[in-house]
Design a protein around this ligand. Structure first.
Ligand code: NAD
Length: 467
């Protein structure tokens, strides 16, 4: 049976106790992981602090090479990572394999980053140079929906820019992150990377620690606010990637048969548990019935089951709490709208619900106004495009959104009025390491990915010389 350990100060160690890891497809434990004590979390901070000066002074080419090596090792072990990701997270094997590949690809992109000095003025009066310096100890905190990818997206930028890091995945999905620690152990100097698991108790200890310079947090908006509070005492640098309630707006000129599959994929990937999943769909009244029928038809023909089984497109909810939350939203769907596909829990072990399509529902329903994070899509009718833009924007969230149309100029005109970090046209839920990813409003603070996002792991420092 596979075991994993914590990575603290270059050593793979046991925790203060072990906890079960539940496979959401069965509701039963498939392995155990060690969880760190508070003392071990503090040890990780001490190790990261001690390793920082040496790592910051390491040539960028060497840091890049080590990150590339981590990506190579991940690639070599991709099959095992993907299988264990299915067991711990629930997603279908193809999605898990894609997440492993994305993690590797993102690591390679970060490894290519070079924050060389920039001269912004050099004339008779003055020479002004801008340097990018590492911050110190970074804490990366990840959620349970894309655990490996989100962890890699914190490690890569922190390390290439010369910071050291403590990564803390979510309690229900720590296995693949700890496996990444096994690979990292022999590549990086002791203390540069530390990866610990917890029982949902160590986040505040890490994010409030005075020796931590930056917290890169991905998770819910409620927890993000708490992280901001605990980080305030020492004014830590913060990147917060939080919740979303992405709206899709379908204009009245689409070919429903061409876009329905893409809309479905944008809403139901990872069982609807993606921050940038399409969570409410606004369709013009002229094509409303046709779109509802098309999406219900796809939902009825989508195989739900254990992610390791052939042909499965939708797995279980990741954990019992989320399963219960999804059932609450199923009740709301039946109360506030008309369920035209799905609507029930699967009659089997594990945390499964049917992919559910709900029509004749309006903005006042919590299924529309809240982030449901479940495989349930409400479809709302509209008649006036200016009105629907207002309704799409009427949310505390501002992560992503999409506009669907045969006329790109018209779609761009609508997209420019959507107050979110990303707006897709004729697709949804696309992201890449070179594309800045930012949440507007209560969906986040700062940017991830791209040169801009990586620069958030540095302190801008100017040297100005009078001539
Ligand atoms: P969560 O906020 O409950 O937990 C996220 C992480 O924070 C976990 O590792 C948890 O242990 C830790 N944590 C809990 N309390 C803490 C505290 N007080 N201080 C510091 N850390 C603490 O989120 P979740 O339920 O694991 O994930 C789902 C949420 O994540 C959804 O809202 C989703 O939209 C969001 N999400 C956002 C993005 C993005 O990039 N914007 C990506 C994925 C998920």
């Amino acid at each position: 049976m596979r075991t994993v350990k914590l990575l603290i100060n270059g050593q793979l160690v046991n925790g203060h106790k072990n906890i079960d890891v539940i496979n959401p497809a069965t509701g039963k434990a498939f392995m155990q992981i060690p969880v760190a004590s508070e003392a071990q979390a503090l040890e990780a901070v001490v190790a990261a602090k001690a390793a920082f000066p040496g790592w910051a002074a390491t040539k960028i080419e060497d840091r890049q090479a080590m990150l590339r090596k981590l990506a190579d090792r991940l690639q070599e072990n991709a099959e095992e990572f993907a299988k264990i990701l299915v067991l711990e997270q629930g997603k279908p094997l193809a999605e898990a394999a894609a997440e492993v590949l994305y993690a590797e690809t993102f690591l390679r992109y970060f490894a290519a980053f070079n924050s060389s000095m920039e001269t912004i003025q050099d004339d008779d009066e003055m020479q002004v140079e801008v340097y990018r310096k590492p911050l110190g100890v970074v804490v990366g905190i990840a959620p349970w929906n894309l655990p490996l990818l989100i962890g890699a997206n914190k490690l890569g930028p922190a390390l290439v820019t010369g910071n050291t890091i403590i990564l803390k995945p979510a309690p229900t999905t720590s296995v693949t992150s700890l496996m990444l620690g096994e690979l990292a152990k022999d590549i990086f100097p002791a203390g540069v990377i530390n990866i610990i698991a917890d029982e949902n108790n160590l986040g505040p200890i890490l994010s409030s620690h005075p020796d931590v310079a930056k917290v890169s947090f991905t998770g819910s908006t409620v927890t993000g606010r708490k992280v901001a509070q605990t980080a305030a005492s020492s004014l830590k640098r913060l990147t917060l990637e939080l919740g979303g309630n992405d709206a899709g707006i379908v204009l009245n000129d689409v070919d429903v048969s061409k876009i329905a599959e893409r809309i479905f994929a944008g809403a139901f990937m990872n069982c609807g548990q993606v921050c940038i999943a399409l969570k409410r769909l606004y369709v013009h009244e002229n094509q409303y019935d046709e779109m509802c029928d098309a999406l219900a038809n796809i939902a009825n023909n989508t195989k739900v089951g254990d992610g390791l089984d052939n042909g499965v497109k939708i797995g279980p909810l990741q954990n019992f709490m989320q399963f219960e939350k999804a059932q609450k939203y199923l009740g709301i769907a039946a109360r506030d709208g008309k369920v035209i596909a799905g609507g029930a829990v699967l009659d089997r072990q594990g945390y499964f619900i049917q992919p559910t399509i709900v029509r004749d529902i309006d903005d006042s329903s919590p299924l529309v106004s809240e982030e449901q994070f479940a495989p349930i899509l409400p479809i709302i009718k509209y008649s006036d495009v200016n009105d629907v833009i207002k309704r799409a924007n009427n949310s505390e969230y501002g992560l992503g959104g999409s506009v669907w149309s045969s006329d790109i100029i018209r779609a761009k005109e609508v997209a420019s009025q959507i107050s979110t970090g990303t707006v897709w046209i004729n697709h949804h839920l696309h992201f890449g390491p070179h594309i800045p990813f930012a949440g507007a409003k209560q969906s986040g603070l700062g940017v991830e990915f791209s040169k801009e996002g990586i620069s958030e792991f540095t302190q801008c420092s100017v040297i100005s010389v009078a001539k």
